[in-house]
Design a binder for this molecule. Structure first.
Ligand SMILES: [Zn+2]
Ligand SMILES: [Zn+2]
Length: 351
């Protein structure tokens, strides 16, 4: 979960961040990213130099640059609070994560000014007039790469009014956490099983293509398979299959191929363990070939869910339809772990 904080000076963002840190959230601040950059450049850390540096970075590297620097450091399994979001493009960077929520912390102008005076930071404005002038500079600008605090605040998912005692603010943050955990993002079943199939495909030892299948019954995996040479035979990738290791055109010499297909291996694995797959669902990263299709039908599988089209599957598709096997293609390609995965689908698979 990522909670982004935006709001004007003295609204109480720091207090919300402190409260979340105490509850195990890791803290990042876009202002800290800016301070680090200023220190690298040996610049003074005054409010003016920081604002100018922020505007300069946004102008040169895009308005989301500070957010990007932090975003690349986030671990999907941890909780974060990100302070000092001041531009709509920064919000958009974090919106790439489905578990991001933007909270705008709000309080009346006079109250915020009083709070600033109490905290007495060296760079804070001394008079209410200076404070108002600063605020209007930060709120919006005709220059798209300057801070656009009003624009960022307008994108909030939730407003935290901070006009009363701290306990009230803490209660609101707790409510936010409870509300948010109800909406916890979990993959749908199809994405879950296809995502697992894509990880299974990484174990494939075939030179030509990495494919995998997962057989599921009552939403539980009972068998998996990936393509490659049979048990006890040298791996395809170590030269075990002469056909896959030859440079023949795709689709040539299929009958000479020593590699078993992923669907075939998933079906055979369940036989190996003596588990019936009657009425089960097969998830496969590619639509099945004709030989695997015949096995799917006779093994009693009820449904085939696939992610990408196998180039020569027309007859297989007709056969599955005639035999009454439900076939579904997942509309969205499920993403593979970074750095792996099959080649682009346009290229005809040559298993
Ligand atoms: Zn092979
Ligand atoms: Zn096949």
């Amino acid at each position: 979960m990522i909670i982004g904080l935006t709001g004007k000076n003295g609204a109480g963002k720091g207090e919300v961040a402190r409260y979340l840190k105490e509850r195990g959230f890791q803290y990042f601040s876009l202002s800290d990213a800016l301070r680090e950059e200023a220190q690298r450049r040996r610049q003074e850390l005054t409010r003016e130099t920081l604002v100018a540096l922020g505007n300069d970075l946004r102008a040169r590297f895009g308005p989301g640059v500070l957010a990007e620097r932090i975003f690349s450091r986030l671990d999907p399994e941890k909780n974060y609070v990100i302070d000092s979001i001041r531009h709509p493009s920064e919000v958009q960077v974090f919106r790439r994560r489905a578990d991001f929520v933007l909270a705008a912390v709000r309080a009346p102008e006079r109250l915020r000014f009083e709070r600033l005076r109490l905290r007495a930071r060296e760079n804070d404005p001394r008079t209410f007039e200076d404070f108002q002038a600063l605020e209007s500079r930060e709120a919006q600008s005709g220059n798209a790469s300057d801070q656009q605090l009003d624009g960022a605040i307008a994108m909030n998912d939730i407003v935290l009014e901070n006009t009363g005692p701290l306990k009230m603010l803490h209660d609101k943050v707790r409510e936010l956490l409870q509300e948010f955990s109800k909406k916890e993002v979990r993959p749908e079943w199809d994405d879950y099983f296809m995502g697992i199939a894509k990880v299974v495909a990484l174990r494939s030892n075939c030179m030509k293509r990495k494919v995998a299948a997962v057989i599921v019954k009552d939403k539980r995996i009972i068998s998996t398979g990936y393509n490659g040479t049979p048990r006890g035979v040298r791996n395809c990738s170590e030269g075990g299959c002469p056909r896959c290791n030859s440079v023949d055109a795709s689709g040539k010499g299929l009958e000479e191929c020593l590699c078993s297909h992923a669907e075939e291996n998933a079906i055979v694995q369940s036989a190996y363990h003596g588990v019936s797959i009657k009425e089960a669902v097969l998830y496969t990263t590619y639509s099945p070939c004709l030989i695997c299709t015949k096995m799917i039908i006779n093994a009693g599988l009820r449904e085939v869910v696939y992610n990408m089209d196998y180039a020569v599957a027309d007859t297989a598709m007709r056969l599955l339809a005639e035999a009454g096997v439900v076939v579904r293609k997942l509309a969205v390609a499920v993403s593979e772990p970074p750095g792996f995965g099959p080649e682009p689908a346009e290229e005809a698979p040559h298993l």
